[in-house]
Design a protein around this ligand. Sequence first.
Ligand SMILES: [Zn+2]
Ligand SMILES: [Zn+2]
Ligand SMILES: [Zn+2]
Length: 343
Amino acid sequence: MPELRHDPVQKRWVIIATERARRPQDFVFSQPMDNGHDCPFCAGNEDATPPELCRINYPDGTWKARCIPNKFPALRVEGELERAAVGQYDRMNGIGAHEVIVESPDHNKDLPDLGVEEIAAVLRIYRERLIDLSRDIRLKYILIFRNHGARAGASLAHPHSQLIATPITPRTVALELESARQHYQVKERCIFCDIIAQEMQEHRRLVLVDHDFVTWCPYASRFPFEMMLAPRRHNHDFSALTDADLLKLAGHLRNVLRRMKASLEDPAYNFLIHTAPAYHMQNQRSGWGSTITLDWHWHIEILPKLSNAAGFEWGTGFYINPTPPEDAAAFLREVCLDERAQC
Ligand SMILES: [Zn+2]
Ligand SMILES: [Zn+2]
Ligand SMILES: [Zn+2]
């Protein structure tokens, strides 16, 4: 059983993932990515994965995208939390969920290479899993993320994203929620809506704008070509998006990822979705009021891995970013994608 341990100095929880146990010698050489031979995520190898949680099919009945439990989960669904003190420390059982969303039956089709409808199917699975898992009151936060490339932590080359649901609200998310709440308390406005309005006005850091979504390079970007994607109209909850919303989001996300892939030579990257916490969805169902609907705004953070965090970053939480976000945005804005007739 994995375990959550609390660091009382950093006020941070750590997952000690016993099921993914590695002996010291396992870390000496980094393992090469698989080449697709005997890939458990490929079409035809469905029996090699744990039983499916959900899938979306093509009209012919074959699958477009499917969601499965992670075979080597960082957290497990079964069991009790058993919060306990161990001397001065706090611990609890590693209860949660760890799932894999296989984005395509085709090993060699990366997410941005898929069609808009196919990407929308992946987003529909994200939504379905958020709704389903938020019913489990042991879970406080559900993070959906994608690691692309070995440098970004991907261990299987087959295109997939992941979901980890935790029994606590992660510190990074708690900080964002608190900033948004405080901003709203003083100004009665959403901090993200304010940021989007300013970015739309200044234009310099915009990467892509359409009728519904906007992507920009954040003013204080930590990494070269860091991007933030958000709905232009205020919305706190990704899981409340309609199929039509998800189709539009798929088109926008595809465009942004294709820009990054074409101009930065398919960089390793992570993207992650910050949406309303599961405990909020639970409170809403039981009729408890909260200002999250007003002060929180879901978004996707896209973090290319072009530079390494080094001693200074680890020691201070400061980042040194050698590429001004204004330059990064101008570069990404000007990328010529085939489907854009005007370029
Ligand atoms: Zn594969
Ligand atoms: Zn907003
Ligand atoms: Zn965020």
